[in-house]
Design a protein around this ligand. Sequence first.
Ligand code: ARG
Length: 715
Amino acid sequence: MKNLKIKLVAVLVFVGMFARADEGMWFLMFIERLNQRDMQKMGLQLTAEEIYSINNHSLKDAIVQFNGGCTAEIISKEGLILTNHHCGYDAIAELSTPKQDYLTDGFWAKTKADELKPKSLFIRFFVRMDDVSKRILGKVNDSMTEEEREKAINAEIALIQKENNDGGKYTVSVRSFFQGNEFYYFVYQDFKDVRLVGTPPKSIGKFGGDTDNWEWPRHTGDFSMFRVYGDANGNPADYSTANIPLKPKRHLSVNMNGVKEGDFAMILGYPGRTNRWLPAGGIEQNVKFAYPAWVEASKLNMDVMKKYMDKNDDTRLDYESKYAGIANYWKNRQGMIDALTKAKTAELKSKNEAKFNAWANKPANVAKYGKVVETLNNYYAKTSEKARHDNYLMQILRGSSFAAISRTLGAQLDGYAKANEEAKAGLKADLLTSVDEFYTEISMDVEKDLLSSQFNLYARKAGYVLCPTIEQIGSKSNNDFRKFINATFEMSLFSSADKLKAFIEYPKDGMITNDPLFQLSSELLAHYNSKSEELTKLQADYSKSFRLLVAGLREAKMSTIQYPDANSTLRLTYGKVSALPANPKNDAKVNYYTTLDGTIKKYKAKDEEFDLPQRLMDLHKAKDYGQYVDKAGHLPVNFLTDNDITGGNSGSPVLNGKGELIGLAFDGNIEAMAGDVIFDKNLQKTINVDIRYVLFIIDKFAGAKHIVDEMTIVK
Ligand code: ARG
């Protein structure tokens, strides 16, 4: 009897270890085999086939990738799209002017004819996926160099893409998983006529700003709405007034009944990047070398931009979106440094690697795996200084619009100068548009300051091998680059749209390649991409060893991770509505949701981050929450789930057991910033906008009930 009990306990412990429902970004095609039973136990009422089916319409048809970097969902039969405010931010800023500032004031289209088309915005439907590991790995063998291997794989990938794109109708992407140990292809269909339908003012959509970003408790109405259009037959088409709203295969129903702790919750979306298999040495390199440089140089970009944004509204709108993007990862990377240090993640991993190394050096394994850990550690030891350098340089490229000009507008202009007369005539109109678009969104004062300030930081801190021009000028000028940058702009065609337009009228080959700003940019990029022979060899050995590490850990069953790292492919994560360990900062009684009361408590008049629209305050005062109020009389704003997401999941739907929309994922919490490397069961949460808050803002705050009426509401 006693014995049996012990066995039972052992079984329970064992099951408990693997039923880590919250961890994992799963492939839709394996849900039936890997997750369905577990999910149904937790509250899923759908079958795997209802979530993902190749032959029938399924839940996946309502989920789209939004503009390459976010997720969104279709929520009406007329192609209405819901995503985060911070995902629509760039488009909203682009459509705004100081006179008609939708970013500040919000925007709600009264009719479809009022919807606004931003320059470029696309959404991507997922059609199907399949495993091509055997096919691709059949083309390689152990005696190949990494270069030969890559070539063979790419050749096979090109074939797979051709076979599956249906004569150009689809985009096919073949991606590697588990560090090159498996391969899958993904078939997508892209639509590029996407128009803005509605957005709350920034004071709601980005309430709390960078102070609250990555933090819980949270009170942000982080949503915006768009609509996808196609031609009369429902095919993708360039923007045209003749296009009609797309009739989607599937749209999500919206459930207004609210959430409570423990409720099943799943999220479908496009997580961008995780590094759960990263070796200890890589974590250490990031924490000590890469991220500190990233953080310091990002902050410099922010400080320079902010100085000018505060002075001028045009400049603010030009740089707002770029600023927000840089600020977002500035805080994220500092959070990662803190969380990884606190959790001692590198030490933990290094213990597991020591165990693996012992296994790898057993006679049966030594030939294949014996050198893996040693090679990885050697790579990190030799590349730390370069990692620091590259991160400083990378932030120059991220901040300045001119640092990479030789690859973007410059390359276009040079191509134009070299083209024959007939080709020139064909290129001219587009080129003039590109020039106009480029120069309407920048300020020369900001750009010059960004470059001279960043060069100063780089020259002082980047170490390793410096970019030659920066080193020379810096040593002559005591690292004051202002004169040099001014002179470079003075002499460059790129200093104004007018000069470039004159060049487009009277082009001459050689003028672009001899331009001082073009040359500076070429040098920066060449320096960033340059590789010594030694480095090339180190990197090849590294990528082989990393692949073997992952293969070996799986073979030796020394890793509990059963899903591949995120890489911007569609995944599902499931778990439940769940509180963070006690946090006295919260306004709600229970620590898994916040309410409008808490929003109002944070209100600071005229503050850049915590100001609120008067109308919202009035609605709160009158407790005029309409049908969106919860049972306790509060208006819910945000809630937490224990789902496993990362950047790219922004805008993803949070779904209940029936696949109905209950919220919108928009953030993670700073305590769990180590999450991209290691999932913390207790700390890692997803921060979501309660769908009732979304509906309340549209209906009661903005008076745009016609948009809510388009949806399929479940009460
Ligand atoms: N942290 C969020 C994400 O990466 C973005 C939030 C945008 N808000 C902000 N205050 N910058 O998805």
